[in-house]
Design a protein around this ligand. Sequence first.
Ligand SMILES: [Ca+2]
Ligand SMILES: [Ca+2]
Length: 77
Amino acid sequence: MQRLLLTAATVMAMTAPAWAQADLDIDGVVTYEEVLVAYPDVTAEDFAAMDADGDGVLSADEIAAAQDAGLLAAPAE
Ligand SMILES: [Ca+2]
Ligand SMILES: [Ca+2]
């Protein structure tokens, strides 16, 4: 867990797109666990609403759509 938090801090220090800051293991998709690190208030229901294709992870497009829809705020700079 400590390593995960350190990774999050490192990623957030980089100038990456907002969604990429949540993708802690840089595999191109964001899991619910990764969302919770950046957005602790997101519920499983919120995540399911954002997961448009229902594959259990959020793609960059799904995150962009969620941010456009106001479901997911961009991380504070
Ligand atoms: Ca990931
Ligand atoms: Ca998905």
